[in-house]
Design a protein around this ligand. Structure first.
Ligand code: HAM
Length: 417
C-alpha cells in the first residue's frame, strides 16, 4: 500500500505501532509521576496569535526569527503553530485568573519548528513539559529539577547529565550584554556574518553559535557570570546545594545559555550521550514573561519525547516489548463458527480480555498466521463439532500443547473484569 506520493512533510513523522507503544509508556509514566508533585494537566491550543510567542520567547531568538510556522488565518489574523509550550500555557493561566497564580501544570503534545531536520531534530516534535508559577525561590527550582530527574529515572534512562547555570536577574542582563559586547568587539573579524550582525543587538546568541570560528572566540571570553551581581551567583549556588540535599548531582556549566529570552535566574539542560549531536534531552529554567503588562514568574522544563525514545532505544529498549498483545485469538473453521466467534469475542472483551479474530473468512492457516503475527499467547479454535458440544480447542502457542475446554471455562479463564 502506498499513499500515492502523499508522504508526511519533511521533518514530520507518523508515529505508528509498534513504536507508539513505547510513546504511550513514556507518556503514562509522566502522567502518573507529575501528580505526586501536585501538577495537573493543561491542554492549550496548538495555534495561537503570533504575538503570544514573539513577546514571550523574544523577537531576537532563532525560534522566533527563523523557526516559527506563521501565516494569516482566514480572518487575516497572524497566527503561529506553537514552537514550544510555555508561552501558550502562561497565556492560558493569565486568562484563568487569580486562582491560578500558583498553578502547577503539565502538558504533553506536538510543537512545531521549521528547523533543518536531522537525527533527533524534527519540524513536528513532541514535548512533555511543566510550568510552576510563583516568585523566584531556589527551593522551587530545585524541586522542579528533582521532579524531572525522578521522571528520567522512572523511564529507566541511566546516564543523563544535568547541566545548570544562571541567566541572572533583569539588571544583570544589561550588564551581561554590555560586558559581552565589549569582550567580543576585538574578535569581530573571526565571527560568522550573522554573529557580526547581531553582536550589538543580541550578543548572547553568539555564545550559542555552532560556527567553529565563533566557538573559538567564545572559548576566550570571560564567563557571563563574571558580569552578574553576587546575588545571582548565590542564588545558583543555593539551587545546586538544595539539589545536592535531594540527591541530584548537577554540573555548573558556564557556557550554558538557552535559546529563549524569557529566562531569569536558573537555567538547565539535561543531555544524554546516546543522542549524538542533538544531545539535549530536555531544557528548562526560571522565567519572567510579560504578555499584557502583568509579569508572570515561574519555573518549568520541557523534554523532547523523540529524544527520550531515541535515548531509551540507544539503551537497548526494544519497541516490540511495548506493543499491545491480545490475550487470546479466536480461530473459526467454517462460517457458523466465524459468526459465533464475533459474539464470543464481544462477551470476552466486555469482561476485559483483549481478543483478536478474523471476520473476513480467511483460511485457518491464515488465521493462525495472524494470531502469531500479533503475538497471541493463546488460540481457541472451533468448528461445527465444537459448536455443537459447546467447547473449543485451546492452544498454548509457546508450548504447542492443546486441550479441549468448554466455552464457560474459556470465559472464566480469560475474563479480567
Ligand atoms: P527547548 O530547549 O527549546 O525549551 O526545548 C526543550 C526540549 O524539546 C529540547 O531539549 C529537546 O529535547 C526538544 N526539542 C526542541 N526542539 C526540537 C526539535 N526540533 N526536534 C526534536 N526535539 C526538539 C523549551 O521549549 C522551553 N519551553 C522549556 C521550558 C519550559 N522552560 C521553562 N518552561
Amino acid at each position: 500500500m502506498s499513499s500515492g506520493g502523499f508522504s508526511p512533510l519533511q521533518g514530520m513523522s507518523d508515529i505508528a505501532p509498534p513504536e507508539v507503544g513505547l510513546w504511550q509508556r513514556v507518556e503514562s509514566v509522566a502522567r502518573s509521576l507529575f501528580p505526586l508533585y501536585g501538577f495537573e494537566e493543561i491542554r492549550t491550543p496548538i495555534l495561537e496569535r503570533t504575538p503570544v510567542f514573539t513577546r514571550a520567547i523574544g523577537e531576537g531568538t532563532d525560534v522566533v526569527q527563523k523557526e516559527m510556522y506563521t501565516f494569516d488565518d482566514r480572518g487575516g489574523r497572524q497566527v503561529s503553530l506553537r514552537p514550544e509550550g510555555t508561552a501558550g500555557v502562561i497565556r492560558a493561566l493569565c486568562e484563568l485568573g487569580p486562582d491560578f497564580a500558583e498553578a502547577r501544570v503539565f502538558y504533553i503534545g506536538p510543537m512545531f519548528r521549521a528547523e533543518r531536520p536531522q537525527a533527533g531534530r524534527k519540524r513536528q516534535f513532541h514535548q512533555i513539559g511543566v510550568e510552576a508559577l510563583g516568585a523566584p525561590s531556589p527551593a522551587a527550582d530545585a524541586e522542579c529539577i528533582a521532579m524531572q530527574m525522578h521522571l528520567v529515572e522512572q523511564w529507566g534512562l541511566g546516564g543523563a547529565v544535568l547541566h545548570v547555570h544562571t541567566r541572572g536577574v533583569a539588571a544583570d542582563q544589561a550588564a551581561v550584554r554590555a560586558g559581552l559586547i565589549e569582550a567580543v568587539r576585538p574578535h569581530l573579524g573571526a565571527l560568522c556574518e550573522e554573529c557580526r550582525r547581531r553582536h550589538e543587538t543580541h550578543p548572547l546568541r553568539i555564545l550559542d553559535c555552532k560556527n567553529p570560528g565563533c566557538r573559538a572566540v567564545v572559548d576566550t571570553l570571560p564567563p557571563v557570570m563574571s558580569f552578574m551581581a553576587p546575588e545571582s551567583r548565590a542564588y545558583l549556588d543555593e539551587v545546586v546545594a538544595r539539589l545536592g540535599a535531594l540527591g541530584v548531582p548537577a554540573q555548573v556549566d558556564p557556557r550554558l545559555i538557552r535559546g529563549l529570552d524569557y529566562y531569569e535566574h536558573t537555567i538547565w539542560e539535561i543531555t544524554h550521550a546516546a543522542l549524538g549531536a542533538q544531545d539535549a534531552l530536555a531544557g528548562g529554567g526560571r522565567y519572567r514573561i510579560d504578555l499584557d503588562g502583568r509579569a508572570v514568574e515561574g519555573v518549568g522544563f520541557a523534554m523532547g519525547v523523540e529524544r527520550v525514545i531515541m535515548a531509551l532505544m540507544g539503551a537497548g529498549v526494544k519497541v516490540e516489548d511495548y506493543r499491545g498483545r491480545p490475550d487470546l485469538w479466536l480461530v473459526a473453521v467454517g462460517d457458523r463458527a466465524r459468526e459465533e466467534n464475533l459474539a464470543l469475542a464481544q462477551q470476552l472483551r466486555r469482561r476485559g480480555a483483549a481478543v483478536g479474530l478474523d471476520t473476513s473468512g480467511r483460511s485457518v492457516k491464515a488465521q493462525m498466521r495472524a494470531a502469531n503475527r500479533r503475538g497471541a499467547p493463546w488460540v481457541a479454535v472451533r468448528g461445527d463439532d465444537e459448536l455443537a458440544a459447546g467447547r473449543c480447542q485451546l492452544k498454548d502457542m509457546a508450548a504447542g500443547a492443546e486441550q479441549s475446554v468448554t466455552v464457560g471455562e474459556l470465559i472464566a479463564r480469560f475474563a479480567k473484569a
